[in-house]
Design a protein around this ligand. Structure first.
Ligand SMILES: Nc1ncnc2c1ncn2[C@@H]1O[C@H](COP(=O)(O)OP(=O)(O)OP(=O)(O)O)[C@@H](O)[C@H]1O
Length: 242
């Protein structure tokens, strides 16, 4: 199957530090791919290169058959890549509805119809379980709901590739369970790239896992293969995956 996303020999250096170091990476359409690794392994830098927030030092990125290495971030959004940030990035003074309306407007390039805008916003809020909170200012939502609102903002773009950077950080156990259900639902019509430290979430959701360590791909495989990989255990998993 033709991959949806491929990086070839992708590198990002910050001065002398190789944050992403010759990464060859490929994701099939429809896959949920987890990217794991110790703090500072280069996970956020890697997905920032994919979504265009930062430019690579060298290497290429191909999305859906197109070389997007030099494409500006906003065009990548239009091409179907959505990224939810590690740090809460909602506008606290706007309602949940208005936060989601911002990205929905981008998908309605012809600017037609407030009905379509409302439908698009409410669809994204409903999928994330936030429909009843449409009128609440985002800053008044719980932390967990603000994280879900970010996912709703990403979903509103109708992405083909949704990148979630540590989405369960700060969520309660109950919120994490609903989040796992939400990602399964999202994965029915989008490819998901998930950076996640919570190993039970990774093992529950990922079709395949890529392990980064010091900017390089240390291992790649199914959850079972990664769990059984001695090198990964030594570098990262420890007892967490037990
Ligand atoms: N803008 C920057 N300037 C300089 N160094 C940076 C910059 N961004 C990241 N780094 C460094 O690059 C390395 C990789 O960082 P990155 O945030 O990608 O790791 P990570 O795997 O996402 O870590 P974490 O799990 O802690 O979020 C780290 O050593 C970090 O300090």
């Amino acid at each position: 199957m033709t991959p949806l996303l491929t990086t070839t020999d992708l590198c990002k250096a910050f001065g002398g530090l190789r944050a992403v170091d010759h990464v060859d990476f490929s994701v099939a359409p429809g896959e949920v791919r987890a990217v794991i690794g110790p703090n500072g392994a280069g996970k956020t830098t890697f997905v920032s290169l994919v979504c265009g927030r930062i430019a690579p030092t060298s290497g290429t990125i191909v999305f859906d058959g197109r070389d997007i290495t030099a494409m500006p971030a906003h065009e990548r959004v239009r091409a179907g890549i959505a990224y939810t940030f590690q740090i809460t990035s909602v506008f606290p003074n706007l309602t949940a509805f208005d936060n989601v309306a911002l990205p929905v407007q981008r998908t309605l390039a012809d600017g037609r119809g407030s009905g379509r805008l409302r439908d698009g916003v409410m669809a994204a809020l409903s999928r994330t379980g936030l429909a009843a909170r449409a009128g609440t200012p985002a800053g008044a939502l719980s932390y967990g709901h603000q994280r879900l609102l970010e996912v709703a903002m990403g979903l509103a773009l109708k992405p083909r590739l949704l990148i979630l950077d540590e989405p369960t950080q700060g969520l309660s156990d109950g919120e994490i369970d609903s989040f796992v259900g939400l990602v399964r639902e999202i994965a029915r019509d989008a490819t998901v790239l998930l950076i996640e430290h919570n190993m039970p979430v990774v093992m529950a959701l990922a079709d395949r896992i890529t392990v980064l360590d010091a900017g390089k791909v240390l291992a790649e495989g199914t959850p079972d293969e990664i769990r059984a990989n001695a090198q990964v255990q030594a570098a990262y998993l420890g007892t967490e995956a037990a």
